[in-house]
Design a protein around this ligand. Structure first.
Ligand code: NAD
Length: 366
């Protein structure tokens, strides 16, 4: 497909190809939509099967960020970057500082952060060349690991689902199966345990499970048995694409509420299947928006207590999405996508209005 057609198909504003011989950098930055504010989204470093595959990934990820920021009520747009890893790419100060130069050249239209394949350390190199980076370490004035805020948002979103399904948001005595025992799951388990939930946990890495068991009591299950657990809630906190034709028939839960990205293998098909099976699905990008709320806070001067407080808004957002889904008998993911698009359209209308030049010598662009 031709590149402009691809951009039009997903509704993107701009795609930037970055190439530098000295550092070996090959990167693509995609800015999906800046109606609400600067495009924000991580930098993924990955070994792709082709440049086309890298382009498709960055277009998909950046579009997802627009929806996430919009539903979360943030004044941020959607963007993402990928650094293409091939056999010659070396992760180095030079590589990330070069990437930082390209980000800086966008003058704030795109703000980056770490993502799969990049670390806080890598972002600190990016920071040497541009201020348009978030998620850097606390020591450098950043917000550090976003997982505590993400986990709190997932917990709050789970409670909103419980309220909608059972008439009470208490998770006391509820059986909850958690896939993955990484950073996010670790903090989530603490909230659930403190509330008296019965936790069933799995990970392919036994050490991760052991670390969780240091602070909470939980039943450990085998990775392949997590879907079939007789539980009230299934919480995917590891990988994407795990809700699919194979796993849906196995599920015995009433609610799916977890922090992993892109849980539905095929959004339309599997979202509909869950609705038909009577399983309430909390859209992943809504319930895991705490991470984005965290970095959005960093832009304004970071305070974790404020980020936590803002993550509580996920409760009402999830409730609104469920109400629309029930009223119109549509999948929850569909209801949340629509909510995101409606906010973009309505706030986009406001930015049309010229509110006077901010500086005598400058033009007000919004
Ligand atoms: P993590 O890498 O710390 O943890 C993921 C865990 O999943 C690892 O321990 C890994 O061993 C385990 N895992 C992988 N495959 C598995 C399988 N088949 N069965 C069971 N366990 C498996 O990552 P994280 O930060 O905890 O994030 C988890 C998910 O949440 C990811 O999809 C991430 O993109 C998403 N997410 C995280 C945040 C955040 O703030 N941490 C924010 C938004 C979204």
């Amino acid at each position: 497909m031709q590149s402009f057609e691809l951009l039009e198909q997903f509704g993107h504003e701009q795609v930037i190809y970055c190439s530098n011989k000295e550092s070996g950098l090959k990167a693509i930055i995609a800015i999906h939509d800046t109606t609400l504010g600067p495009a924000i989204g991580g930098t993924r470093m990955w070994s792709y099967s082709s440049y086309d595959a890298a382009l498709k990934d960055v277009l998909r990820l950046s579009r997802g960020m627009t929806y996430k920021a919009s539903v979360a009520g943030l004044n941020l747009g959607g963007g993402n970057a990928v650094i293409i890893k091939d056999k010659d790419t070396v992760k180095s100060e030079q590589l990330f500082r070069t990437f930082g130069k390209f980000v800086d050249g966008l003058a704030g239209r795109y703000i980056t952060a770490e993502d799969v394949g990049t670390t806080v350390r890598d972002m600190e190199y990016v920071r040497m060349e541009t201020e348009y980076v978030t998620g850097i370490s606390k020591a450098l004035g950043g917000s550090g690991d976003p997982s505590p805020v993400t986990a709190y948002g997932v917990y709050i979103g789970m409670k909103a689902c419980a309220q909608a399904r059972w008439g009470s948001d208490s998770l006391r005595g509820r059986k909850i199966a958690i896939q993955g025992a990484g950073q996010l799951a670790r903090y989530l388990c603490e909230h659930l345990y403190n509330e008296g939930a019965e936790i069933y946990i799995t990970d392919i890495d036994e050490e991760k499970v052991k670390r969780v068991l240091e602070t909470v009591k939980a039943f450990v299950v085998k990775p392949e048995e997590i879907y079939e657990q007789e539980v009230d809630i299934f919480s995917p906190c590891a990988l994407g694409g795990i809700i699919n034709d194979d796993t849906i028939p196995e599920l015995k839960c009433e609610i799916i509420a977890g922090g992993a990205n892109n849980q539905l293998e095929a959004e339309a098909t599997h979202g509909k299947q869950l609705l038909e099976k009577g399983i309430l699905y909390a859209p992943d990008y809504v319930i895991n928006a705490g991470g984005l709320i965290n970095v959005a806070n960093e832009i304004e001067g970071y305070r974790q207590d404020r980020a936590m407080k803002q993550a509580e808004s996920i409760y009402d957002i999830v409730k609104r999405i469920i109400a629309i889904s029930e009223k119109e008998n549509i999948p929850t993911y569909f209801a949340s996508n629509r909510m995101a698009e409606e906010r973009l359209a309505s706030i986009g209308g406001i930015t049309k209005i010229y509110s006077g030049a901010k500086k005598i010598s400058g033009l007000n662009r919004r």
